[in-house]
Design a protein around this ligand. Structure first.
Ligand code: FE
Length: 173
């Protein structure tokens, strides 16, 4: 009897957490402006690291799911961001690359930390292209330097001595 009561108590405690987990997927990732520097045809690659760059290493990872919380596999994430001088490579594909989500809807990108530039907070551009779905164009921002940006687009950051790690979970309509 005591065990049964304990089970009920644990279930009651766990319920709000389960509900909160589900609610996460209701918050669809907002769109943000594309800006003038998108360039189609970026190479598929999990690392944009330039060994010559003195900028810190940034590892960005997370998931892509639908509003039903089911992971979306095979979604292309087309990333682009500014170089250490705050400029975009419009001649080639430096700091431009495409990764795809795996069967669990996970993605991972390594790059050099972009700087803030010309009055804009530090950001990373991305287009998500789900197979057969609608393209989402948006930008990701850094905690504490997201002035003017949608708070829903701020990544979670951890700073380690050797690199910064960021996570962001996308939810597509
Ligand atoms: Fe930009």
């Amino acid at each position: 009897m005591k065990n049964k009561r304990r089970t009920i108590l644990l279930a009651a405690l766990a319920l709000p957490f389960a509900a909160r987990g589900q609610q996460k997927c209701i918050d669809i990732t907002p769109e943000d402006i594309e800006g003038p520097f998108y360039k189609a045809g970026a190479p598929a690659r999990a690392s944009l690291i330039d060994p010559v760059s003195k900028a810190e290493k940034l590892v960005l990872s997370g998931s892509v799911s639908g509003t039903d919380c089911r992971p979306l596999a095979g979604v292309a994430l087309d990333f682009w961001h500014a170089d250490e001088r705050g400029e975009y490579d419009n001649a080639g594909y430096r700091y431009r690359g495409l990764v795809r989500t795996d069967a669990q809807g996970r993605y991972r990108l390594e790059t050099n930390l972009p700087p803030p530039y010309s009055g804009r907070p530090r950001h990373i551009h991305v287009k998500l292209l789900p197979p057969g779905g609608k393209v989402l164009t948006t930008q990701l921002y850094f905690p504490g330097e997201s002035r003017g940006a949608d708070r829903a687009l701020v990544m979670k950051m951890e700073r380690r001595p050797e690199e910064r790690t960021a996570t962001y979970d996308f939810v597509l309509r």
